[in-house]
Design a protein. Structure first.
Ligand code: AMP
Length: 185
């Protein structure tokens, strides 16, 4: 499957803004709004993901709230696949199933509609998972567990960026292939 060359990675890196000490002191926040605001760069990224995934066998693309929705939604429309949102608690209106996961301080939870894959033609349904960034990996691991609970196969977990030094992908690769467009070492 296609990846980007160093020149193209550098181009996209140049569109992402580092915001220091957000949301708290010591964190360098990778701000993707500057990339989204550049129509050539956003288009370049979605075209790259289209090329990577157009021949991979899956029916659904699921995005993690909220920045994951932007990339997953755009790619789902381009690839003519169904979109499934994974959301924070109490946002989805119909019956949900959920998965809790640990944060640095406390616990968080994500939810998915129980019938999100009821239109699947494949058994098990196959899905591509997308989020903007992998840090500790907690969110993505919980999302994959949530999919496993409802017997859905995640064919790949895809991120725009991977903060490699946090080794968040180590747990995911045990069950699921991981692709990051950009890696921060
Ligand atoms: P984690 O569960 O630790 O892998 O965190 C991943 C989620 O937190 C992603 O949905 C990101 O949007 C967000 N996130 C964590 N760290 C950062 C960061 N340094 N810059 C931007 N987003 C971040």
């Amino acid at each position: 499957m296609v990846t980007l060359n160093d020149k193209d990675k550098e181009y996209l890196f140049g569109k992402i803004r580092d915001v220091h000490d957000f949301p708290k002191s010591g964190i360098i926040f990778k701000d993707i709004t500057t990339l989204l605001n550049d129509k050539e760069a956003f288009n370049f990224l979605i075209n790259h993901l289209t090329k990577r995934y157009e021949t991979l066998d899956f029916e659904f693309i699921t995005g993690i709230e909220s920045r994951g929705f932007i990339f997953a939604g755009a790619l789902a429309a381009k690839l003519n696949r169904a979109f499934v949102p994974i959301r924070k608690p109490k946002k989805l209106p119909y019956t949900t199933i959920s998965e809790k996961y640990s944060l640095e301080y406390g616990i968080d939870e994500i939810e998915i509609h129980i019938d999100a894959f009821s239109t699947a033609k494949q058994n098990p349904p196959k899905v591509l998972l997308i989020d903007d960034l992998i840090a500790t990996g907690g969110t993505a691991v919980a999302a994959i567990k949530l999919l496993q609970k409802i017997h859905v196969e995640c064919v790949e977990a895809c991120f725009v960026m991977n903060l490699k030094f946090l080794k968040g992908d180590a747990e995911i690769v045990k069950t699921t292939p991981v692709y990051s467009v950009l890696e921060v070492f």
